[in-house]
Design a protein. Structure first.
Length: 318
């Protein structure tokens, strides 16, 4: 394990309606998770870095309609998709983050491209302009906005409330695909990285930013301790300083990554938050806890073959 690779992915923690976890819908989820996991694993086995692995694993999920990132993102109150993403390199603690993008096809690639530049976080038109200048592919809003998301937003008509894209209590009209996507990895050289991408909350006011692109809230990595990517009720994860809280518990209180993540999630729950996370520590140990009904997830290590899961207790080989 000390010299091996580890990779975990997530695609949202929430409460997807039961009928979406059957038949063709279930197969689509499983295929997407499997494809993402295999892409990241292949990069690591070929000697690629953890940053490359997590970024490309997330690109695969952004390109699917099934999740709340890139194509298929949750819609703001005005019907637009605003996209946030973050990549963190645990080796030198460089990072890149974007928020409020509206025309960059893969926001995670824009976040990755910002790493190593003088300014690591760009918002709105500046982020899209940077992506274009970096020759990243653009798309208009018709690419991002799907019928599922339009139907979901319509169920909020007349309301100023916003909600998780697949949270509890959704009506039939509000049923939608999975949530925020992310990946964490340890490469063969011991480098850790995290990547997270989201479209935010349903019916959120334009300009709202959650925990995903914020270092120490939804994303964090440090080779000495761990890498974390979170998903769930963004405001609660921000209030908890969630990702850095997990790292602090490992560093300062000698928690293992599973115990650290679970305690931090308990603190999120105390703030009326719901969600989950994926964590890899400096030894390659993985943790994938959640306090929601399900979490779309997958994992693989040098000592364990690849698995995916959605419901609690699942372990589906691929």
């Amino acid at each position: 394990m000390e010299k091996g690779i580890s990779l975990a992915i997530h695609a949202g923690a929430g409460a997807v309606p039961a009928d979406r976890l059957k038949g063709s819908s279930r197969r689509a989820y499983e295929e997407a998770l499997s494809a993402s996991l295999k892409i990241g694993q292949a990069i690591l086995l070929d000697g690629g870095t953890s940053v490359e692995a997590v970024t490309q694993a997330v690109v695969e999920l952004e390109n699917r309609e099934d999740f709340n990132a890139g194509r298929g993102a949750a819609l703001c109150a005005d019907g637009t998709a605003e996209l946030d993403a973050c990549v963190v390199n645990g080796t030198n603690r460089t990072a890149g983050a974007v928020a409020g993008l509206v025309e960059t096809r893969n926001p995670i690639l824009a976040a990755q491209a910002l790493m190593g530049t003088p300014h690591w976080f760009l918002h709105g038109p500046a982020g899209d302009q940077f992506a274009r200048a970096t020759s990243l592919e653009s798309a208009d809003q018709t690419y991002f906005v799907t019928q599922d998301r339009q139907r979901q937003l319509a169920s909020y008509s007349g309301s100023t409330a916003s909600g998780m894209d697949h949270g509890p209590g959704l009506t039939a009209e509000a049923e939608a695909p999975g949530g925020t996507v992310g990946a964490v990895a340890r490469d063969a050289n011991g480098g850790l990285a995290a990547a997270t991408s989201t479209g935010g909350m349903v019916n959120q006011p334009p300009g709202r930013i959650g925990d995903t692109p914020l270092l120490g809230a939804g994303s964090w990595a440090d080779d000495n301790f761990c890498a974390i990517s979170a998903t769930g009720t963004g405001e609660a994860f921000m209030r908890a300083g969630f990702a850095h809280r997990v790292a602090d518990l490992i560093e300062l209180a000698d928690y293992d990554c599973e115990s650290a993540a679970q305690r931090a999630l308990d603190e999120v729950a105390a703030l009326d938050g719901m969600g989950g996370c994926i964590v890899v520590d400096h030894r390659g140990q993985l943790a994938l806890p959640f306090n929601s009904k399900q979490m779309f997830r997958g994992w693989v290590t040098s000592s364990e073959p690849p698995y995916i899961a959605i419901l609690p207790g699942e372990k589906i080989p691929i």
